[in-house]
Each structure stands twice: as C-alpha cells, then as structure tokens.
Design a protein around this ligand. Structure first.
Ligand code: HEC
Length: 167
C-alpha cells in the first residue's frame, strides 16, 4: 500500500525469523496439566515452598554470564520469543510476557526458580513452557522427549542472571 513506512523486504525477513521461532516454541510449549517435577525420573529433586523453590537445584549458585547467554539464545532458552528486557543488542524481543527488567527486585531467587522450573505451578493457564519438568507433557519434540528443556545447571545460571536484573 502506498504510504507504508515499512519496506516489504525488511518486514518479510523479520517475519520469517519470527515464524521459525514460533515453530520451535510450538514444539517446546508442551505443557498439559500440573506436574510435580520433583517426581520426574532423572531430574534433581526439589521442594516447592509457597510459590518458590528456595534451594538451588545443583547445591551451588549459578553463573549469571552463562545465564544471560542462555536467555538470549534463540535455540536454547527462547525467552525473547515472549519476553523483552534490557538486552539492547537483541533486535527481536517478544511482547507476550512481562518485560524482565527489574524482575530481580520483584521476585526472590526462589520465586524466580519456580517460575523457570514450572510456571504452571504459579499460573495453571500460563503459556510459559516448563523448563525443568518432563512429566504430564504432550506434543514434545522427539529430541526433547524425557529431557527437561534446560539442565539443572542451566536453570541455576538463568536464575542467577535474572536475580541481577534489579533495575
Ligand atoms: C511462550 C512464552 C514464554 C516463554 C518462551 C518464556 N516465558 Fe517467561 N513468562 C511468560 C508469561 C506469559 C509470563 C507471565 C506470567 C504467566 O503467565 O505465567 C512469564 C513470566 C515469567 C517470569 C515472571 C515475571 C514477572 O515479572 O512476574 C519470569 C522471571 C520469566 N517468565 C522468565 C522467563 C525466562 C528466563 C524464559 C526463558 C528461559 C522465559 N520466561 C520464557 C511467557 C514466556
């Protein structure tokens, strides 16, 4: 249409990038019902207290720099499909979920951990995938069958990074 400010070429490049992200996410978003990750075979056990998992899954603190890399990675965390945040170098950021800026002041480390492990424990209707749960899932991509999206170490790294987002 005449008068459109956006070049069609730029738009289609952006959109095809988004489309492939959505495809991957559709495979990852496989939550069905509420599960207790602590009972999952092969996963580190963890105890939910209120709306938090107070103890580290690995027994140690994660590495925030690794966590940031996982968060912005389009193959691993895929967080920016839905979230935006203080990641100036990332051109495509999502608008389906709260901005992650300041999340480290809004939520405790334990609250961040539970939201990452299994956000459906906090909001049963959430679209956020459970990153450390394997039971009760449907439509899991074969490569992910029986495996959580993130390892316990990766969960701790992302939690450690989110905790630094205090502004
Ligand atoms: C498919 C969309 C989607 C993806 C992918 C996703 N989230 Fe979320 N996330 C949400 C939504 C929606 C919420 C809002 C609360 C709810 O619905 O559970 C949320 C809430 C959160 C919260 C709590 C925010 C607050 O202010 O209360 C944190 C922290 C969070 N997500 C971190 C992450 C991280 C880290 C990743 C990647 C490892 C990620 N999310 C991936 C959709 C997503």
């Amino acid at each position: 249409m005449a008068g459109s400010a956006r070049s069609p070429q730029k738009f289609s490049a952006e959109w095809s990038g988004k489309r492939s992200l959505i495809g991957v996410a559709a495979l990852l978003i496989a939550s069905g019902g509420v599960g207790i990750a602590a009972g999952d075979a092969g996963l580190t056990r963890h105890k939910i207290v209120g709306d938090a998992v107070p103890n580290s899954l690995t027994g140690t603190a994660g590495d925030p720099a690794h966590g940031r890399a996982i968060l912005v990675n389009r193959q691993v965390g895929l967080c920016l499909l839905c979230h935006s945040g203080p990641f100036p170098e990332e051109r495509l950021q999502g608008s389906l979920a709260p901005d992650l800026a300041g999340v480290g002041s809004r939520l405790s480390v334990g609250q961040l951990r539970l939201r990452l492990i299994d956000a459906s424990r906090v909001n049963p209707g959430t679209i956020m995938p459970p990153y450390y749960r394997t039971d009760g899932l449907t439509r899991v991509a074969p490569a992910y069958a029986g495996k959580p999206i993130l390892t316990a170490e990766q969960v701790e790294d992302v939690v450690a990074f989110l905790a630094t987002l205090t502004k």
